[in-house]
Ligand binder design. Structure first.
Ligand code: G4P
Length: 537
């Protein structure tokens, strides 16, 4: 087992140095859920594999809305789970699984230091893998790859590696090399530690002991691997060492190289080696960009930021949980932190941590950890909490929606209630809500069509307001910044194009690209943006 000390960050407290905060990205069906179960199994967080799924199902059957998620194979309720692996504390942040929720996914990825990319050995890089990978790349996140389902007929190993290199433009270094495929899949040769890992087909939850060998000419190999597979292994490993780049931790750290492990999550094979990889190349909690200065995890003072807000997690309580990534220090339950946006102190008396999907009170948390803070709406995405310093975490954007629709309550008496419901979803980050300057009703913006349906069922289910979405002439929205006089002039001359977001900031609602070109031409001193930094003023 590796030592958690980090020689390049000598001031990092051991408790922080041992933390690894990461997310799993994959195309649906590649094996993310199965891999998560096995992680938790190794982490001792659950006794038996299958519980994540079983609990997930129980949770999902709770309401029609949840049923809809299930039918469509999407998971909207993301959470974070913590578990120990040897000397390490792993924090696994769940990414929403559907491409319609890319904005949510982006924000989730602002809370992690690395990502594990799971691909199906028969399918290679799929559309969703590629999209999520691009999001990771925007943040230069280190990415570790797990090529799953090697117990099934899979593609040629070199072909898989080439595809990743070409489609994702990243160097790939084999951390392990598969021996046989499909029914012949025996296990892997560990390229980093010169070990043989053989799969135990008899017991899916058992991890076979690794076998130390002395290079590929070790006579022991012939006793363990049939001659034809051994010959192929020797040839391939020799070729791989010649043609593929060798492991370079600095390149992995910079997001320019991904090590790949081959395995079979369902057979618990290759998972431990991947976890060792996360421990070794993870990396430890990284500094967080903020204004007016960056926040280093090793600072004594506590700081953290909200990257996700989830409402109505418990149908019985109208509470919301703000998910906070701790950026620095050692947090203890009951601490008073300053909510920088409102400049008000907040006593954090009942924070929760999510241990294998069960909520527990978090007595303490270190930089790198994710805690959930129940609140009544004070905490919004992008908010920073500190021990008093006016720091604002940066880099958590709000994207311009790609699809806009008008929304009305079918019962006009409920218009006021609808406004409240919409504002809540806007704060949660589930949609953009604009109140047009002229006319009644609201305009709701999302990044994927499916979100309208999800919203309609949530508004009806959680607030008892039946609603109707209807077409609008607007196609997108732009925030604008620049001299106040020019902003006022733009608003005054284009009232029918102006709306206000849930923070009260004006946006320019556009029908065509031509609208944007026109404003840029007529108001050269203003800057139009498709994103808005969420750190609230
Ligand atoms: P996801 O969360 O990425 O969508 O994938 P999930 O883990 O649910 O896995 C998708 C399917 O692939 C599941 O089968 C799962 O059992 C299977 N699977 C996962 N890992 C492996 C593996 O290493 N080898 C093989 N052969 N299959 C694997 P399913 O039939 O959809 O569900 P279930 O009935 O098995 O639960």
């Amino acid at each position: 087992m590796l030592d958690a000390a980090t020689p390049n960050r000598p001031n990092l407290p051991a408790e922080i140095a041992r933390r690894r905060t990461f997310a799993i990205i994959s195309h649906p069906d590649a094996g993310k859920t199965t891999l998560t179960e096995k992680f938790l199994l190794y982490g001792g967080a659950i006794q038996m594999a299958g519980q994540v799924r079983a609990k997930g199902e129980a949770r999902r059957t709770r309401s029609d809305f949840m049923q809809m998620e299930k039918d469509r194979g999407i998971s909207v309720s993301a959470s974070a789970m913590s578990f120990d692996f040897g000397k390490f504390r792993f924090n696994l942040v769940d990414t929403p699984g559907h491409s319609d929720f890319s904005e949510d996914t982006y924000r989730t990825l602002t809370a992690v230091d690395a990502a594990v990319m799971v691909i199906d050995g028969a399918k290679g890089v799929e559309s969703q893998t590629q999209k999520l990978f691009e999001v990771c790349r925007m943040r230069d996140l280190p990415i570790l790859t797990f090529c799953n389902k090697m117990d099934r007929e899979s593609r040629d190993t070199f072909e898989i590696i080439d595809e990743i290199q070409e489609m994702l433009a990243i160097h790939v270094t084999p951390a392990s090399w598969p021996i046989g495929v499909g029914r012949d899949f025996l296990g892997c040769y560990d390229m980093l530690h010169n070990r043989l890992e053989l799969m135990d087909r008899a017991d899916r939850n058992k991890v076979a002991e690794s076998i130390k060998i002395d290079g590929l000419d070790d006579p022991k190999l012939a006793e363990l691997v049939p001659a034809h597979l051994l010959e192929k292994l020797r040839e391939e490993v020799e070729m791989a060492r010649e043609l593929l780049p060798a492991m370079d931790p600095a390149e992995v750290m910079a997001g320019q190289m991904t090590p790949i492990w081959f395995g079979s999550a369902i057979n618990s094979f290759g998972v431990k080696e991947l976890m060792d990889g996360i421990a070794e190349y993870g990396p430890e909690p990284q500094p967080q960009s903020a204004e007016p200065r960056q926040i280093a995890p090793e600072e004594d003072k506590v700081a953290g930021f909200v990257f996700k807000v989830q409402a109505n997690m418990d149908a019985k309580h109208r509470d919301r949980v703000a998910f906070v990534r701790m950026a620095s220090g050692h947090f203890k339950r009951g601490m008073k932190l300053m909510h920088v946006r409102s400049k008000k102190p907040m006593a954090i008396s009942n924070p929760v941590m999510f241990l294998a999907s069960d909520r527990e009170l978090a007595e303490e948390a270190w930089a790198g950890d994710i805690i959930g803070i129940p609140n009544h709406g004070q905490l919004r995405i992008g908010d920073t909490l500190t021990e008093g310093e006016a720091l604002r975490v940066t880099g958590i954007p709000s994207f311009a929606p790609e699809l806009l629709q008008g929304v009305r309550a079918t019962d006009p008496m409920k218009a006021k209630h609808l406004e409240k419901a919409l504002m809540q979803f806007a704060e949660e980050g589930a949609a953009k809500v604009f109140k047009p300057m002229i006319g009644s009703g609201f305009i709701v913006g999302v990044v994927g069509q499916l979100q309208f349906e999800v919203l309609a069922s949530r508004i009806e289910l959680e607030y008892g307001i039946p609603v109707r979405f209807e077409a609008t002439q607007f196609k997108s929205a732009r925030w604008f910044s620049g001299p106040k006089a020019a902003q006022d002039k733009l608003v005054e001359a284009n009232k029918q194009h102006i709306g206000y977001d849930n923070d009260g900031d004006p946006v320019f609602l556009t029908r065509l690209q031509w609208d944007i070109d026109r404003v840029e031409r007529d108001y050269p001193e203003l800057t139009l943006t498709a994103t808005k930094e969420l750190h609230g003023e």
